[in-house]
Write a protein that binds this ligand. Structure first.
Ligand code: COA
Length: 135
């Protein structure tokens, strides 16, 4: 398994992977949204590859203050083999190199598997409610 940066040529494969992993693909993940993200911090959107197959992906971001993870997903047939953890740890290394000191992750309340992964990597639940607004 090899981790590398996402390019737009990977777009269709990564969207298929997210869907296979049960993740929603909304307007923020449309091609234009992804292009905008890549203009800002392309080094934080990573894919895990086995041969020519993309088996995992994660979109990290950095706003200059906090790092964030979005859309961490691993192909169902490849889950439980450390791919998700390896992707998170590589983004962490890259965020640290950019000067980031703290990471926030939004996990759907009942996603125990994702919470277990993040707990194992040292994350804890924060006593906050997330409020959102679409512009
Ligand atoms: C969450 C997800 C990315 C984990 O990827 P993965 O490659 O399977 O994770 P890893 O193999 O690195 O496992 C790391 C830890 O996660 C937890 N974990 C993984 N699979 C699990 C399972 N089936 N049940 C419970 N915990 C699990 C364990 O703590 C595991 O550590 P361990 O293997 O030492 O017990 C993957 O299951 C996935 O794509 N799920 C669907 C999409 C999703 O929910 N994404 C997260 C959005 S926040």
């Amino acid at each position: 398994m090899h981790i590398r940066e996402f390019t737009m040529e990977d777009y269709d494969k990564v969207v298929a992977l997210w869907r296979a992993a049960g993740l929603t693909v909304g307007f923020s993940e449309a091609r234009e949204g992804i292009r905008q993200k890549l203009e800002r911090d392309p080094q934080l959107f990573l894919v895990a590859e086995e041969g020519d197959e993309i088996v995992g992906a994660v979109m990290g971001t950095y706003d200059g203050r906090r790092g964030y993870f979005y859309r961490l997903g691993v192909l169902p047939s490849r889950q439980g083999r450390g791919i998700g953890s390896a992707l998170v740890e590589e983004v962490e290394r890259r965020l640290a190199a950019m000067g980031c000191k703290k990471i926030n992750v939004l996990v759907v309340e009942d996603n125990e598997r994702a919470k277990a992964l993040y707990r194992k990597l040292g994350y804890s639940l924060a006593p906050v409610d997330v409020m959102i607004k679409e512009l």
